[in-house]
Design a protein around this ligand. Structure first.
Ligand SMILES: O=C(O)c1ccc(O)c(O)c1
Ligand SMILES: [Mg+2]
Length: 627
């Protein structure tokens, strides 16, 4: 990785990753981290001497930036204090052999400790004296649930009082932001007393802070905390130590550490980019940059993969929606369907006859090569190019869910549409989609946070407020993201808990939503072709009760199976096709007056309707894929 000389060192705590110490070190190094925080448990369970760990880290190019945690040290009666110093001497010996020079001491939770800042300072001073004899520094961290010290400003008062050069602070964004502590006082801490910085994000949850911290931390940008503002404040002090991730997360602890480490690094690159964009002058000067993001200017196309039996269903639906099959790829079994800037490729080369999937998403970029370079810097896997002489050479990367992501300039002279021979078919219908409004992708539980980070950072999108709906087949969480001009919207969802065999919903559904300004006409045509998902009367009765819409509008919505939502900006009308093949369906959306959402509250009704439609279809023609 090339970067300016002032680029901060990037670190990760071994506790973030799954596996043995060796697995974790390998993954951290492969992702490109400069250093690690070694968690004591990982070290204790390893069959390596400290010297072997040191050598391994050196081989991998990893510094050991921190050894942690050392617990329950300060403010105890004298006999316990002596025992604690003895305990510390053991750790200092291990650290000398490891070649680690900083140890994290977290604020005590021990019932043996007393609420006495003078005593805490005095004992930490003594610990710092001992540490200094070994060339070691103590970084004191306030745990949000510390017994007597639970805020960073309190830990700073104690460190100042202890007044020893080998004693400083560790600031951990989780402990500070989870409690809503005022961060302004960070400014007054001298940089040389900031020994270490740990970064973690988290979703807003209402639970005790210890459980929140131990199970739900996330990488920066994946949660609800303002990590950009936090890092800005810390860097503005002149802090030049590592930016180190410390994320305790139940899912990440089970995930492939190589994947999690790449997500982790991506989060730090993106965080620095935010600081470079929004931070104070001093902070901006001390972060590494990413190549700037060319804006995404809309969807160029969405590619649906379909097997032999599913392809005609997809084609029939596109036709009913009002798109026209305008092109045939010159060398691949791919058709181009189009109406306005709504473009869909249907790739019939999928082996499983009944399968459908969103195979690729292509976004418009003013500079596709620059977009691809940025994606590469964000560690997006580059896909091998498969194009023949004379065909467009599209830059593509792979998303964590397997979707290919392309960057294109459709209007360019050498644009991708030239790869399609015109079919000479009649033009698209008078009424129909004008563009792709959004693409909705269901994720596997383990991929959700990583996929969100990927789409957000690679496309430069902003996450919207996460939603949670109680759906008929289990809780569904969703997170949508969009660019500032709302031309590219990606909606991700996940079955929050998927256990057991009862899975009557569509497995991992995906859909493409088309924008239109005449949804009623489009719905009518879908219904005429038997391709409109029927919404039950109860839904409209409830809508009437809730919103008292004019009766003619309600009647029209009922007739056309249109669902409705509104927000502070406007209203939303939308309808659906049944599931085509194994898991893809289409949606048609009409945004009125700047409505921003996705009709999430209607999702349970739609899911039940999809199940009903599938059962009806299987009664007509039993298919092997139905439940
Ligand atoms: O959960 C803990 O005990 C714990 C330990 C060390 C840390 O740095 C931390 O932030 C939390
Ligand atoms: Mg910490």
């Amino acid at each position: 990785m090339t970067a300016p000389a002032h680029r901060p060192r990037l670190g990760i705590a071994t506790v973030c990753l799954s596996g043995t110490l060796e697995d974790k070190l390998d993954a951290a190094a492969a992702a490109g981290f400069d250093g690690v925080e070694i968690f004591e448990n990982d070290f204790v369970a390893a069959a390596l001497t400290p010297e072997q760990v040191r050598a391994r880290c050196a081989d991998l190019g990893l510094a050991i930036d921190l050894y942690q945690p050392f617990r329950d040290f300060e403010a105890v009666p004298p006999d316990l204090h002596e025992a604690n110093l003895r305990r510390a001497e053991h750790k200092f010996d291990v650290m000398e052999r490891l070649g680690a020079d900083t140890i994290l001491v977290c604020s005590t939770v021990s019932p043996d400790s007393v609420d006495d800042d003078d005593l805490a300072a005095e004992q930490l001073h003594r610990l710092a004296e001992r540490a200094a004899d070994h060339g070691i520094r103590i970084a004191y961290e306030a745990l949000a649930w510390g017994r007597h010290v639970s805020t960073y400003d309190h830990s700073w008062r104690i460190v100042r009082r202890a007044d020893h050069p080998a004693l400083g602070l560790c600031l951990d964004s989780f402990h500070i932001l989870s409690r809503g502590t005022d961060t302004a006082a960070i400014r007054v801490i001298p940089a040389e007393k900031l020994f270490f910085l740990q970064l973690a994000d988290a979703p807003r949850l209402h639970m005790d802070v210890l459980s929140w911290s131990r199970h739900h931390r996330l990488f920066p940008g994946q949660g609800a905390f303002d990590l950009t503002g936090f890092l800005d404040l810390v860097l503005a002090t002149g802090y030049t130590g590592p930016l180190s991730l410390e994320v305790f997360n139940d899912v990440f602890r089970q995930a492939d550490p190589r994947v999690a480490a790449v997500d982790a690094l991506r989060s730090l690159l993106s965080l620095q980019e935010s600081v470079a964009r929004e931070g104070s002058d001093r902070a901006r000067a001390s972060v590494g940059g990413l190549p700037s993001t060319p804006p995404v200017e809309g969807f160029a196309f969405v590619e649906i993969g379909a097997g032999r039996e599913a392809e005609p269903q997809v084609a029939a639906a596109l036709d009913a929606l009002g798109l026209a099959r305008t092109g045939q790829h010159r060398s691949k079994p791919v058709a181009l369907w189009q109406r306005g800037s709504a473009r869909v490729l249907v790739n019939g080369g999928v082996e499983d006859p009944g399968a459908t999937m969103v195979a690729a998403i292509a976004v418009e970029s003013p500079d596709p090569a620059a977009s691809a370079r940025r994606a590469e810097r964000l560690h997006a896997p580059i896909l091998p190019r498969e194009h023949r002489a004379g065909e467009a050479d599209l830059a593509a990367v792979a998303a964590p869910d397997g979707t290919s992501v392309f960057f294109c300039r459709t209007e360019a002279a050498e644009g991708w549409t030239a790869d399609f021979a015109p079919t000479g078919r009649p033009a698209a219908a008078d009424v129909g989609p004008t563009a792709v409004d959004h693409v909705a992708l269901t994720q596997q539980t383990d991929d959700f946070d990583g996929a969100a980070l990927f789409y957000r950072t690679v496309f430069g999108l902003h996450p919207e407020v996460p939603a949670e709906v109680a759906a008929p087949f289990g809780l569904v969480r969703s997170l949508s993201m969009t660019d500032a001009a709302q031309r590219v919207r990606i909606a991700l969802s996940v079955a929050a808990v998927r256990r057991g065999d009862w899975a009557p919903g569509v497995p991992h559904p995906q859909h493409v939503a088309f924008a239109t300004d005449d949804v009623e006409q489009v719905a009518r045509r879908l219904r005429e072709r038997g391709l409109l998902l029927a919404i039950p009367d109860n839904y409209y009765d409830d809508l009437d009760a809730r919103l008292a819409l004019p009766s003619d509008r309600l009647a029209s919505m009922r007739e056309h199976s249109l669902m409705y939502d509104r927000d502070e900006h406007g209203a939303f009308l939308h309808c659906y096709t049944p599931v085509l093949g194994s898991r893809v369906f289409f949606e048609v959306v009409h945004r009125i007056g700047g409505y921003r959402g996705y009709g999430a509250s209607n999702a349970p009704v739609r899911m039940a309707a999809h199940r009903r439609a599938r059962l009806q279809r299987s009664r007509r023609a039993p298919a092997p894929d139905t439940h």
